[in-house]
Structures are given as C-alpha cells and as structure tokens.
Unconditional design. Structure first.
Length: 170
C-alpha cells in the first residue's frame, strides 16, 4: 500500500510540473490543477479499495530489499542533483524535466526486481519514453512550457496507471 501512496503522490507532483507549462488563463491552470488533484484522489481511492490487507506479521519483502531500495534511491537523488546542476550550469533548463524523468524511469528498472513488481519495469520503460519525447520536443524547438507540459503530464499518467495496476494485482 505504501508503494501505491508514493506513486500517487509523485504522480501529483509530475502533474504540477505539467500544469506549470500550460499557457492560458488562470481559470485554465486552476481547472488543470483541480483535475490533477481529483484524478489523484480517484486513483488513490480505487487503489485503496483494491488492495487486500496482509495479516499482521507477514512481511512480503525481506529486510535486504529495503537496503537495496535505499541505495537505489540515494543513487537516483545524486543523479538528479547532478543533472540539475550540470544542465543549469549549461543554461539548458528546458532539459531538466526530461532529465529528471529519465533518471526516475531508470530507477524503476532495478526496483522491479527488488520488490518483485513487474509493473515497475513497465513504469520505468514508459518514463524513459516520456523523457525521450521531452528531449525530442526540445530538440525540435518546443518552448520550455511545452516540454514541461509533455513530460509532466506523461509521467503523471504513467505513475497513476502503475498505482492502479499494482493495487489491482494484490
């Protein structure tokens, strides 16, 4: 259940990145924000209903998995900080959302094995595809807002779908 909660929270954060790229009136942006919060609430509620409660005392993941999880997340954090610093230094701020999405996607690949969650593998692959779409959009001359909207919305959709998939398999 914790994984589903984490996925929905990060989906909402990616939705916020996407919304930050929307050009339009305050009403359009507010409507997009309300929609993102509503989708997050619906996904979390549906996921919560689908998850079976494990009996107390039955730990599904060995303790070593949490250590590997920690190492993977520390590596992800270091990579994100480095990417932001390097891209910022180069003045390539438009590439920050795709770079972060790429790193997040790559971090899901080993997590699939750590937690025995094949949907994490698909999430990782799809997030890499979203990141590459953002990079290609930037290379094609898209505005920074367009790149943020594309990457943010794409990543949010992948994470919401992954949360539902994980909840549905339990």
């Amino acid at each position: 259940m914790v994984g589903v909660l984490i996925l929905t929270v990060f989906a909402l954060l990616w939705a916020a990145v996407g919304i930050s790229g929307i050009r339009g009136s305050g009403a359009v942006v507010a409507g997009a924000a309300v929609l993102a919060v509503a989708v997050t609430a619906v996904v979390y509620t549906l996921s919560r209903r689908a998850v079976r409660v494990e009996p107390v005392g039955q730990d599904r993941e060995p303790a070593g998995n949490y250590r590997r999880f920690g190492v993977i997340n520390v590596a992800q954090t270091v990579a994100i900080v480095a990417a932001v610093m390097i891209l910022g230094r180069l003045g390539a701020w438009i590439l920050v959302p795709p770079a972060v999405c790429l790193i997040v996607g790559l971090h899901f690949l080993p997590l699939a094995g750590v937690f025995g969650q094949p949907p994490y593998r698909w999430a990782g692959v799809l997030l890499v595809v979203v990141a590459l779409a953002g990079i290609l959009a930037s290379a094609a001359g898209a505005a920074p807002g367009t790149v943020r909207a594309l990457v943010g919305a794409g990543a949010a959709l992948v994470l919401w779908a992954t949360a539902l998939r994980i909840a549905g398999q339990r």
